[in-house]
Design a protein around this ligand. Sequence first.
Ligand SMILES: Cc1ncc(C[n+]2csc(CCOP(=O)(O)OP(=O)(O)O)c2C)c(N)n1
Ligand SMILES: [Mg+2]
Length: 406
Amino acid sequence: MESGMAVMKKKTKSQSTVTSKKTGKAEAESAVKTVLRSDCFRIMNEDGSVDLKADPKLDKTLLLNIYRHMALTRAFDERGMMLQRQGRIGFYVPSFGQEAIQIGTAATLEKRDWGFPSYREPGLFLYRGADIFSMLCNLLGNSGDLCKGRQMPVHYSFSKLKLFSVSSPIATQLIQAVGVAMASKISKTKEVAISYCGDGGTSENDFHSGLTFAGAYQAPAVFIITNNQYAISVPLSKQTGAKRLVDKAVGYGMPGVAVDGNDVLAVYLATKEAVDRARRGDGPTLIECVTFRMGPHSSSDDPSRYRDEKMFQAWAKRDPIKRFKNYLETKKLWDEKKEKSLQEELKAQLAEAVERAEKQPAPTLEDLFDDVFSELTPQLKKQKAELLYEGELRGKFENTSEAFPL
Ligand SMILES: Cc1ncc(C[n+]2csc(CCOP(=O)(O)OP(=O)(O)O)c2C)c(N)n1
Ligand SMILES: [Mg+2]
């Protein structure tokens, strides 16, 4: 079966006639170089090779765990897109090409720290140990979902892992993170709050409010901007007049670092320094991770209408997983045999979880009324009785599969 990435690529190619402005290969290459600015901190060269003098010599177990979770995130995204294309789920948001940012940052956190992801960070959940079965049940909206199917797909919620529920309105998670960080400072627990938003998210008031408070109160917070060049179809050039998103840090009185977001070692080191600084009581940091959104905005989007295929090809050469694999191979920590066995293991793990998740029954109609009020209001009691009566007339679990795709 073709991978989700391959499917996206093919689709883009066949529809590339829609693109109004064509870029030559060389132009695309130079456009990538302009985006991956020279001020971006990086450890690995674009082919994955590393100047051994600059090798951070991270622990072998950590390196392999990072690689495994980057591969798992890719496999999960591919599975999510395939399930959506097959009509088995209604909606999915892939994070293709952004694995280094998700896993490189997640790997710096301790168990006591807090994560406030956007909808494009499945890897943060996976690295913190979220159960794949539960994540799939969220996508299916069934009774195995911890939110009993009452959230949108990809809006995971794992409070036990100290990961806040994903919210759709962009950048709202930043002010939530700052609130938790300020609580940590007041109660001296040394817990750090990390939050994520996109380049588009930086235009939101919540970005401004969050960073203003964090700067003023020196909250132990780390802000990750995943600058993937697009907010749905809106390119970065239409998002801001700023030359670099990281420059916004100055206005909020905090240090800012720009990182090559396709270099997992650089992402890890920059975030680790920021997390350590926050834990020491030295305040917040803004990190701009520069990358490219390799997939569509969501399963409902068709990027070939506003992006040139050649940009995709130029960025594919800097694929963060390929790049890190090359590094591990150079250090004799990885080879094709290990790769094959990892891919087979991930495939089997996902297939088994999908099979189990699809067998979970739908949530009950009663579930709609739970968990909001300790006692239902008279109006809700009336609505519940009416709905249950209607449910009985129709058959409680009517087939709603015709309703997809959304
Ligand atoms: C407050 C708000 N405005 C608009 C939207 C619609 N919307 C959903 S995603 C998105 C683009 C966000 O882009 P970016 O922050 O760059 O994140 P990315 O999707 O690239 O990860 C928009 C405008 C929304 N969800 N919330
Ligand atoms: Mg974006």
